[in-house]
Design a protein around this ligand. Structure first.
Ligand code: FNR
Length: 190
């Protein structure tokens, strides 16, 4: 069966460079993987008072996480950390207490900015948080992507062969990791 990897992007703005990066990464996947972007911008702002009854978009999001074999997080950098949009989604997915939808999911992180450290600080924070909610991350090769408007073409392709190869290695590593973890889970179940 094809692997399903949910892609979660920490920016919902029109023209988001992280959205463009996400689309380019999804295109680099081979026939063994289905990437599906998970919508997070309709999740309400997290508040414990809203947890019961579960808001419909939250229920959908949790189901999509559970149905994914793995997850790929694409984060912008805000003030050397990740974004409130992404943190909000993680808060919802991590609840109820001890029932995190993320538990045991293999995953990876990438991100882009025009800034000098190219989301390295944002990704470091995000790694800590995702570890806490139960995502099993593969880190290498790291993908701190320096954004330029030439990086991704209109159609989502990556014109530079060097950049394309680097990003393809990232995609291949997350696909291999998700395949490895979900393969051993399937073996245990059998
Ligand atoms: C930023 N930006 C930014 N960039 C960076 O490299 N390091 C940082 O710490 C920050 N901090 C920051 C804070 C806030 C509140 C905003 C709005 C922006 C710039 C950021 O990388 C840029 O706006 C990107 O375009 C955001 O990603 P998307 O939305 O284009 O995907």
């Amino acid at each position: 069966a094809r692997l399903s990897i949910g892609v979660i992007v920490g920016s919902a703005r029109k023209g988001s460079i992280n959205q463009k990066l996400a689309e380019a990464l999804m295109k680099l996947g081979g026939p063994e993987v289905d990437f599906k972007q998970l919508k997070i911008e309709d999740l309400p702002l997290f508040n414990q008072d809203l947890e019961e009854p579960v808001p419909a978009p939250v229920e959908r999001f949790r189901k999509e996480i559970r149905a994914s074999d793995g997850l790929l997080f694409i984060t912008p950098e805000y003030n050397r950390s990740t974004t409130p949009l992404l943190l909000n989604a993680i808060s919802w997915g991590s609840r109820p207490y001890a029932q995190s939808s993320f538990a045991g999911k293999p995953g990876a992180i990438a991100g882009t900015s025009g800034g000098i450290i190219r989301t390295a600080a944002a990704q470091a924070h995000l790694r800590d948080i995702l570890g806490v909610v139960g995502v099993h991350l593969t880190i290498q090769p790291e993908a701190y992507v320096h954004w330029t408007d030439e990086l991704v073409a209109e159609d989502g392709s990556i014109p530079s062969e060097q950049q394309r190869e680097l990003l393809k290695r990232k995609v291949d590593s997350v696909v291999a990791w998700v395949g490895q973890v979900s393969g051993s889970a399937a073996k245990k179940a059998a």
